[in-house]
Design a protein around this ligand. Structure first.
Ligand code: ZN
Ligand code: ZN
Length: 250
């Protein structure tokens, strides 16, 4: 085998508890990612763990080559409670509007809880928008509605962040806002990348992660920083805020 030994991506973040960066290497996950790529190539669907008769057209890989473009996929190897070597796979964020696909790691949030939370507030935000469109800008009513809408969406963001229950390998679990590294805001999508999904799955089940690797699959992104079938380290903008905490205690 050649060509994979030089892949040196890492999954890492700064831990404030230990005052150091915790890092997990790509190890055996690279080979499993290559196998995952060829499964996606061969089957043309992300729900390939199901028999073809049960295939959902939403999970076709065509989605990754169209308007939506590609996304990140990842594999983690780990030891289960009996010390057996196993692996799990994850896709970043949602896949064509779905949080869950059979055979893949679940999101950190409970999708139903997320839906309940967002639906009513988003309806309210939209109705304020409609009211505002009937008023001329610059009026005091317009300004009042605008500030109410802003407060509502900020409140919704805080509530969404709080339903991310983040586990680590010291046996702790805390809402995401409590474990953020640094004092900047929390970018949308924090906690939805592959590494956090995989690590949360492992920590919740008392499994021991051995390696993680992540690759991009599909049409390159607009800024061309993500290329089909290339490997990438965990991102600093989002994952950098939580992975130090999540990796602690492995
Ligand atoms: Zn990330
Ligand atoms: Zn630590």
């Amino acid at each position: 085998m050649h060509g994979t030994d030089n892949i040196k991506t890492k999954t890492s973040g700064y831990c404030v508890l230990c005052n150091q960066t915790h890092t997990l290497g790509p190890g055996k996950s690279i080979q499993l990612c290559l196998e995952l790529m060829s499964m996606l190539d061969k089957t043309g669907r992300a729900d390939f763990d199901l028999p073809i008769k049960q295939a959902n057209p939403d999970f076709s890989t065509d989605y990754l080559f169209g308007k939506a473009r590609g996304q990140m996929f990842g594999v983690m190897t780990y030891l289960d409670k009996l010390g057996q070597k196993r692996s799990a796979k994850a896709f970043s964020g949602q896949y064509n509007g779905h949080w869950e696909i059979p055979g893949w790691a679940e999101p950190i949030i409970n999708p139903q809880e997320f839906l309940n939370l967002t639906e009513s507030t988003e309806r309210e935000i939209k109705s304020i928008g409609r009211e505002m469109s009937e008023l001329s800008t610059g009026t005091s009513e317009h300004a009042a509605l605008s500030s109410r809408r802003k407060k509502l969406s900020q409140k919704l963001m805080r509530e969404i962040h709080a339903i991310y229950k983040i586990h680590n390998f010291r046996g702790e679990v805390r809402p995401m806002p409590e474990i953020i590294y640094g004092s900047k805001g929390i970018p949308t999508g924090t906690g939805d990348c592959c590494a956090p999904k995989l690590l949360n799955f492992a920590a919740r089940n008392s499994y021991t992660p051995l390696s993680i690797a992540e690759f991009y699959y599909g049409r390159e992104n607009r800024s061309r920083t993500k290329i089909h079938k290339q490997f990438y380290s965990s991102c600093s903008g989002k994952c950098g805020l939580i992975l130090g905490y999540m990796l602690c205690g492995i």
